[in-house]
Design a binder for this molecule. Structure first.
Ligand code: AHR
Length: 656
């Protein structure tokens, strides 16, 4: 080692040691807790992906909608055949020579005669119009990126106009392109809208005679989150980023294990060129394009500093497959044992895809998609609240053992059924204990009173054993009383942050009029995003996480379960964070004693969320409830009067 390198190493070591001493000396005591505690659960339910977070504006872009998804759907749903100017032509949906076997349907358009109706002022031609997801939102002056795959079937090239129109046919933007190639070729153009419009349509019009095949017709705003191509709706991604989640779980939920064996979410179908991805009906009864696929999930995690937590099927489908509660349901189905070797390899390949070097088979595919650096995957979920049957157990064990053997550093997250107790819960925990699974995924949706009454649930869980990922939870409802019951419970999750490793509220997103699950964290339509009180509670916890918990900083009437509190400190920033919850309808006192912390700043940032127990935000009345921020003076010891039905977070700096 050169002399300079040696000197630099010594300086660096001294800095590390003194840095740690500063960090250690500013407080005493404290229990180490998980630094991955609060994160997000994303599932494509309630149109959360296509028509939601995924910014694609064209609906049914690859003509794959079909009646198995919705009885009134077909490959031409959300498209209209148009012949302006008294033109003549025909259209058909075909499957003979698709772009890719995963994307079988496409349209064939024949422009036989381009009319010149004297009274008609716009373009004449033969074409198709897409109405988007209840219309397309465009902003004046913004750029929209259009692309389509086309193949010329006639001898002479065919010219097109590509336009954005209002529902009344007023032109908002227009560009031209000519299809010349006899093989499937991607054509691209951009459109700049002259006016803002919330219900625009996209028109693709052949303006010269000829015959062409068309597929994968797409329109994206240029301004996606972080301007990523094939990206996310910027305003929606931003409210998620604002929460500073430590992880994102995806793609579900029940969507992960799917509605029967053929409907499982298979990650390999969701990476690579968009035109080669496999669309399918999701378990919630609509089409998922997989445009927001594994690559995009991992990229979003990286963009917002969250760890990815993919959940793969444990080789069994959802126990409610086929609507088991109805006549004719199929129930849980298991991948046949002679296909398990291949399935286990699929799980291992995901880890190689995420973390492997560019010289590995799957690492090379990640690099080809534009991400040569590894994604640093730490967790892999196996199974989603599956029924714990012998078929499940056998397959889970095979997958778990294979991951452990090949990737001992990866933490497998197992599953313990859909409820907070009961047969699947017990059996799931038994398997986890036997196999020493690092973490298991608990799920429960119940009433607010349950959350208040069960704040001590994790106090008695075994330490230094399998940890908990509370992967799905919510109290039924989006009123203040629901959010504050969850807040009380979250203080208990922090207190038990040595055994509860992660927690995520569910579901995350719900589109107005397209909702299958009524209690959700964020409601939206094409233009608005309604943040519920539950969102604000999650954000106040998630953006104020610590890695040490202090039990004796906040005192309150211990017999009063409507009061809850926690104190954590974040080693990185040095900040101390107090959370105080009052689930009653009157103000109540708590005492804060910060004397164990040195160098506390005298000004602190205080955020208070309070309101009537029944109050809620809706898309029509979005601002009933919102947190209020202020700067307050803090002393070493003070009394805090917690407002009725409230969560207060006080964040205090201990470093300049
Ligand atoms: O979060 C909605 C659904 O609830 C999830 O898909 C499923 O895992 C749970 O039952």
């Amino acid at each position: 080692m050169g002399k300079l390198k040696y000197v630099l190493l010594v300086v660096w070591l001294c800095f590390q040691v003194t840095g740690n001493m500063v960090a250690q000396s500013s407080f005493s005591g404290g229990k180490k807790i998980s630094s991955d505690l609060f994160g997000l659960f994303f599932e494509d339910i309630n149109y959360a992906a296509d028509g939601g977070l995924y910014a694609e504006l064209v609906q049914n872009r690859s003509f794959e909608y079909n009646p198995a998804e919705r009885s009134n759907w077909n490959p031409f749903s959300y498209w209209e055949f148009i012949l302006p100017g008294h033109s003549l032509g025909s259209i058909s949906v075909e499957t003979k020579a698709p772009i890719h076997v995963n994307n079988p349907h496409y349209v064939v358009l024949e422009a036989e005669h381009i009319g010149h109706e004297a009274k008609y002022t716009g373009n004449s031609g033969v074409g198709i119009k897409n109405t988007g997801f209840e219309g397309m939102v465009v902003k004046a002056g913004d750029k929209y990126n259009f692309s389509m795959f086309a193949r010329l079937l006639s001898k002479t090239p065919v010219s097109f106009t590509i336009g954005l129109q209002t529902t009344k046919g007023k032109l908002l933007a227009e560009t031209k392109l000519t299809v010349t190639a006899g093989d499937w070729t991607k054509y691209q153009a951009s459109l700049i809208s002259v006016e803002s419009n919330d219900t625009a349509n996209l028109v693709i019009l052949a303006t010269t005679e000829g015959k062409i095949s068309l597929d994968m017709i797409s329109l994206f705003p240029e301004k996606t989150f972080k301007n990523r191509p094939n990206g996310l709706r910027a305003d929606m991604a931003q409210v998620l980023a604002d929460m500073k989640p430590r992880f994102i779980r995806f793609p579900g939920g029940c969507l992960a294990h799917g509605d029967g064996l053929g409907n499982m979410y298979r990650w390999k179908n969701t990476i690579g060129p968009l035109e080669q991805r496999k669309e399918q009906r999701n378990i919630w009864g609509y089409n998922q394009t997989a445009g927001l696929g594994y690559f995009e999930f991992f990229q979003f995690c990286e963009d917002i500093g969250a760890k990815p937590l993919p959940v793969l099927p444990a080789a069994v489908s959802c126990q409610n497959s086929g609507g088991t509660w109805k006549v004719g349901g199929t129930g849980q189905k298991a991948i046949p044992m002679d296909e398990m070797k291949e399935y286990v390899q699929e799980v291992l390949d995901l880890i190689e895809w995420a973390n492997g070097s560019v010289n590995t088979e799957w690492g090379a595919k990640r690099a080809a998609a534009g991400h040569p650096a590894p994604f640093h995957l730490e967790y892999v979920g196996v199974g989603n609240e599956d029924k714990i049957t012998p078929e499940f157990e056998e397959r889970f064990k095979m997958i778990f053992e294979a991951v452990k053997a090949k990737y001992p550093d990866i933490k497998v997250v197992g599953t313990v059924g859909p409820f907070h107790s009961g047969e699947d819960f017990e059996k799931g925990w038994e398997i986890a204990n036997q196999l020493k699974v690092p973490v298991v995924d608990e799920h429960y949706y119940t009433d607010p009173a349950w959350f208040i009454a069960n704040q001590h649930r994790y106090d008695s869980y075994k330490r230094n054993a399998t940890q908990v990922y509370l992967g799905e939870y919510a109290s039924w409802g989006n009123k203040m009383k629901n959010a504050i019951a969850e807040a009380a419970y979250m203080t208990a999750l922090e207190r038990n942050g040595d055994v509860v490793r992660m927690a995520s509220y569910a579901p995350l997103l719900a589109k107005k009029d397209f909702t299958q699950w009524t209690t959700d964290m964020i409601f939206f339509d094409n233009t608005k995003i309604c943040l519920t009180p539950n969102y604000y509670v999650q954000k106040m916890f998630s953006a104020n996480q610590g890695d040490y918990y202090f039990g004796n900083v906040i005192s309150k009437n211990e017999k009063d379960s409507t009061l809850a509190a926690s104190c954590v400190r974040d080693s990185k920033s040095g900040d101390v964070m107090l959370k105080m919850v009052n689930y009653s309808n009157v103000a109540k006192p708590m005492k804060v004693n910060l004397s164990k912390f040195k160098s506390l700043a005298s000004n602190a940032e205080q955020t208070v969320l309070t309101g009537d127990a029944e109050a809620e935000n809706t898309l029509d009345n979005m601002n009933q409830i919102a947190p209020v921020k202020s700067t307050v003076k803090v002393k070493k010891v003070f009394e805090y009067s917690a407002p009725p039905m409230s969560l207060t977070v006080i964040r205090i700096k201990t470093r300049k």
